[in-house]
Write a protein that binds this ligand. Sequence first.
Ligand code: SF4
Ligand code: SF4
Length: 433
Amino acid sequence: MQTDFSPAQLADKDMAASEAVIRKCVHCGFCTATCPTYVLLGDELDSPRGRIYLIKDMLENERVPGPDVVKHIDRCLSCLACMTTCPSGVNYMHLVDHARAYIEARYRRPLAERALRAVVAEILPKPARLRAALQLARLARPLAPLLESVKPLRPAAAMLNLAPPHLPPQAALNAAATPGPRGRVVLLQGCAEPVLRPEIREASVRLLARCGYQVSFAQGEACCGALTHHMGKEDAALQSVRRNVDAWTREIERGLEAIVITASGCGTMVKEYGFMLRGDPAYAAKAAKVSALAKDISEVLEAAGLPARAGVPALTVAYHSACSLQHGQKITAAPQALLRAAGFTVRMPAESHLCCGSAGTYNIFQPEIAAQLGNRKAENLSRLKPDVVAAGNIGCAVQLGRHMASPVVHTVELLDWATGGPVPAALKARVAG
Ligand code: SF4
Ligand code: SF4
C-alpha cells in the first residue's frame, strides 16, 4: 500500500513502525475471511483490510478520530487471526496497538464509557481490587437487567454478569523451592487467573517441579500490562512493563531458564516487551532479554518432555486454541501433543481459528459481539461431545464456561492430573460419578 507520511512524521518511531506495516499490505483481502468481526458483521470497515485503511488515513493526516473510526477499531478483538492468514507478513498487532494509543490520546469518549474504562483499568490488573470488585459485583448482579436496558451502560451490565457466583478461597503462594536438574524458572503470577482459578497456578507448580524445575515467584512483579495496553492506555501499560522488566532482571541475574506463563494473553504481551521498550536506552536490552526468556508453559513442557503417566480415565478433550496462543505466539501443536501424550483423546472444533469473544476486556466493552462469538464457539465445541474442554488462557476458560455446560479447564490441570496430580476441581463430580 502506498503511503504519504512526511519525514517529520517518520521521525517518530511509532509512526515509522506503523508506516512500515501499512506499506506491506497489498490489499489482497485474504485476511477478511478469517476475521471474526467481518464474518459476523460483513462490513469491510470491520475487517483487517478496512481497519488498515482507516488507521492509515487517521495517522497519515494526523486526524482527530471521530466516533465512526473509533467504533470500528474498538470492535477489533486483537485476536490476530488476520496475521496468521496474511501472506504478506503484515504486523497488524503493532498497527492496531499504535492506533489504540493514538485514539486514547486524542478522542474524548462519552462520560459513561470514559468512567467505565477508568474503573476497569484500575481494578482488573490488581488481584486484591479485582477480588473485592467481583464480590461486590455478585451482590449488584440483580441490577444487570436494568443496566442492560440503557445502551451506554451495557458494558457495566456485562461486567456484573461476568462475576462468577462463587470465588475460590485466596490461595497461598506456594513455589517449588527445591533445586531441580533442569534449573530454575519464574512463574508469572498474573492478575485475573489467581483470583478466578488459583488451581491453575498450583497445577503448574506441581507439573514443572515433576519435570525437574525449581519454580520461583518474582518479588515486585505486576500485571503484564496487556489489559491497559489493549485499551490504549500506554503510560499505565509501560509502567507495568518496566516494573516487570526490573523484577525479572533481578531473577535473570540469579540464573534463570525461563519466565513461564500460563495465560497466553499475558505470554503474547511479555514477548512484545522488547519491541515496546526498543526506544528506551535504559530498558531496551533488558526488555529484549525478558522477551527472549518468556515461554508459554506448553513450550517448556514440550522441551522437558512429559513425566511418567499415572492412570487416568481416557477422556475426550475438546481443545480450544486461544487466539493469543495460536495467532499471537504461533503455538498450535504442542498443547495438543502433550494432551495426547498424557493419554487423552484430543479433538479440534470447526472454526478453531475464530476467537471465542473473550479477548481481554472485549466481553465487557463489546458484550453483543462477544456473546455471539461465545455462543458460536460453544456450539462448535459441544458438537464434539467432549468430556472436558481444555484451553491455555484464563479469559477463554471464563468465556467458554459462560456459554456451555461442559467443564472447562486449563490444559496444565489435565497434564498435572495425568502425571500424578489431583483431579481438576471442575472434573471432580464427573470423575467420581
Ligand atoms: S485482530 Fe482479529 S478482529 Fe481484529 S482485524 Fe484482525 S482478525 Fe479481525
Ligand atoms: S491479507 Fe495481509 S496483505 Fe492482504 S489485505 Fe489483509 S493485511 Fe493486507
